[in-house]
Design a protein around this ligand. Structure first.
Ligand code: GDP
Length: 629
């Protein structure tokens, strides 16, 4: 749509005055309470909801209300001093790292809540690392300053040591100057020459650097008492950037989904470029045919676009967030249009590695069908769950990231579907690769008429490299269309190797083969590809790969010896130790299988004084007998 220049100007202004932000925090730091206060101060709500009474406005699920934690990302907007702020609520537990990543897809800036008493926690560090890796500017809020023991100076000191030296209290002009001088050579030179830098210049420069994610304003207050909230809102509009303009082509991402009784499945879309209009047709991936491995493309029409208040807005512009209906089963993580124009932080799929599988059974066997339907609905909302049902075994299983998610699932099934269930002990999801270089060959030439001959050269890939495929076969030997079919058939062919796990870290080259001018039938290459792959996997031998976690332990001195020996018992190895005045940080690589329950052990052995943060480091070879399916 080319629009008039007046329209364009309006759009530009709209972008400049828009802030898409997320509030992140260590669990219990006060994220929900702060969100409520911001809504209240901006006049969006008139009565304060409360986490403690289970009436918070941003907590949507019943489970969240009853547990008092935010699980599902949701989004509301508020207006502040001529700016519109889209507030994206974000999950606060490491178990939900995938969801946390997803909510980062939609935002341009973040508020990080840190408890003024407990200070910088392992989770705070993880979140901050994620901001830095994704280039997300942030405002830091030291909450709970009303509580005895809250100490802004001490926490600021921790922030400098553990997060960034370029952070300063917003009210401390001297502190701001230190940061600004460090970032700007010109100001540094003038400062060294003894020139007095005007406060306005210091603040303006700081703001510009903050918007670029190079420094961080620190605010203090109490969400519970409603203190310091205006300052947070001011900092959001001043120190966090608006959506970048200038992206012409359609580009956007589905970062969450919800269900509406009338309109069906709603997709929460953040648009980065172009626009989406109601009744516009959009090409989306259709069903994957399990027999052929071919994914069709279908045209679907957007039936309605709604704003965050549920109002019909008809159109979504670049930079905005809205709920799009009519695109059916489209999954969270789907990107619209031109992927190249999406910012670095939108990397759908990068954190979506399910590590555990857990079987679920209804307490009453006759509820199985009901459970199956509930599971289907839930995994439509959260594709990460990947509910799968085996008819032969009569078993239903979910993929989970950890025990907390399992607990929440259990409650969700009870409150929403009136189903009482029990879970098996989670089992690890392994992967596999080949042991040595080999070839995989298939000749599908009988019974005629059929013809598909192909030979792959297969080489074990570098750890973490995934599957790479190329073809060196000329199209006169295997026509382009058939080569394309081979490529399409690969994901399914590699889904289960000789040990029963997905195959990875493999370099595949199509080196030989041919089609037949008369005998080749349209689907012959799709049928034969898995045969050639299986042939190669058999010749190449199997290596079982297990997920390895990088665990960071935050320990009081007297727990270090015990944890070190536990790491060894869990087949792990310590890779780094650091200590500061208060604690020792031990980094270790430990197989998931042996460390699944360690958080509980650690809490017990340290009397709750130690903590740990976990992330997936990668996969490493392990003894074959571990991965018996
Ligand atoms: P979240 O888990 O980060 O969303 O944190 P909540 O907003 O649910 O708050 C966790 C607990 O801390 C609740 O019991 C709140 O009432 C309490 N809380 C939040 N902010 C403050 C504050 O500024 N001062 C005090 N004393 N308590 C607070």
């Amino acid at each position: 749509m080319d629009g008039t220049s007046e329209e364009n100007d309006m759009r530009e202004e709209r972008l400049e005055n828009l802030r898409n932000i997320g509030i992140f925090a260590h669990v219990d730091a006060g994220k929900t309470t702060l969100s409520e206060q911001m809504l209240l101060k901006a006049g969006k709500i008139r009565i304060l909801g409360s986490v403690d009474r289970g009436t918070a406005h941003t907590d949507t699920l019943d489970v969240e209300r009853r547990r008092g934690i935010s699980v599902k990302a949701s989004c509301v907007h508020l207006d502040w001093k001529g700016y519109r702020i889209h507030l994206i609520d974000t999950p606060g537990h490491t178990d939900f790292s995938a969801e946390m990543e997803e909510s980062m897809w939609a935002l341009d800036g973040a508020v990080l809540v840190i408890c003024g008493v407990e200070g910088v926690q392992p989770q705070t560090e993880l979140l901050f690392e994620a901001f830095r890796a994704n280039g997300i500017p942030a405002v830091l809020f030291l909450n709970k300053m009303d509580r005895p023991g809250a100490d802004a100076c001490q926490v600021l000191d921790q922030i400098h040591r553990r997060l960034s030296s370029h952070a300063a209290l917003a009210k401390d002009t001297e502190g701001l100057l230190d940061v600004v001088a460090d970032l700007d050579d010109g100001i540094m030179a003038r400062y060294l020459e003894g020139e007095e830098i005007a406060e306005k210049e210091i603040r303006d420069t700081f703001r510009i650097f903050a918007q670029a994610g190079k420094c961080y304003p620190v605010l203090t207050g109490s969400a519970l008492q409603g203190e310091g909230i205006e300052e947070v809102l001011d900092a959001v509009v001043q120190c966090l950037p608006g959506p970048e303009s200038g992206r012409q082509h359609l580009s956007g991402v589905v970062f969450a989904s919800s269900r509406d009784r009338v309109l069906g499945r709603g997709l929460w879309v953040r648009l980065y470029g172009g626009e989406l209009t109601a009744r516009q047709g959009v090409e989306i991936p259709g069903r994957l045919d399990p027999a052929t491995g071919v994914q069709s493309v279908v045209m679907q029409k957007i039936s309605q676009i709604r704003g965050l208040d549920g109002e019909d807005i008809g159109k979504l512009y670049a930079g905005e967030i809205g709920i799009v209906y009519g695109l059916g089963h489209l999954k969270v993580g789907h990107v619209f249009g031109n992927v190249e124009e999406l910012p670095r932080r939108v990397r759908p799929g990068s954190f979506r590695t399910p590590l555990l599988r857990v079987k679920v059974e209804p307490d009453r066997p006759e509820d199985m069908e009901k459970l199956r339907q509930a599971a289907e609905e839930l995994s439509e909302e959260d594709p990460l769950l990947q509910a799968s049902y085996s008819r032969t075994l009569g078993e239903l299983s979910f993929h989970v990231m950890g025990v907390i998610q399992q607990e929440i699932l259990e409650e969700m099934l009870r409150t929403r579907y009136d189903l009482n269930v029990h879970f098996s002990k989670p089992s690890v999801m392994y992967r596999e690769t080949i042991a040595h270089e080999t070839v995989g060959f298939a000749a599908y030439t009988m019974p005629k008429p059929c013809w598909a001959v192909m030979k792959f050269h297969m080489v074990p890939g570098r750890r973490g490299s995934g599957v790479r495929f190329e073809s060196v076969v000329p199209v006169r030997q295997i026509a382009e269309g058939y080569q394309h079919q081979i490529q399409q058939a690969l994901p399914l062919a590699l889904q289960q190797g000789r040990l029963g796990w997905p195959v990875t870290d493999l370099e595949l080259t199509l080196v030989d083969g041919n089609h037949h001018q008369f005998h080749t039938h349209p689907l012959d290459f799709i049928v034969a590809t898995p045969w050639a792959i299986q042939d190669g996997l058999q010749r190449g031998g199997s290596v079982l790969l297990e997920p390895i976690l990088e665990i960071r332990f935050f320990l009081p001195q007297d727990c270090v010896g015990r944890v070190m020996s536990d790491v060894a018992v869990m087949r792990g190895r310590v890779t780094d130790t650091q200590s500061d005045r208060e604690r020792v940080i031990l980094t270790a690589l430990v197989p998931l299988k042996d460390s699944m329950d360690y958080a509980v052990t650690l809490a017990a052995l340290s009397g709750g004084r130690a903590s740990m943060s976990v992330k997936l480091n990668g996969y490493e070879p392990c003894p074959l007998e571990l991965g018996a399916v």
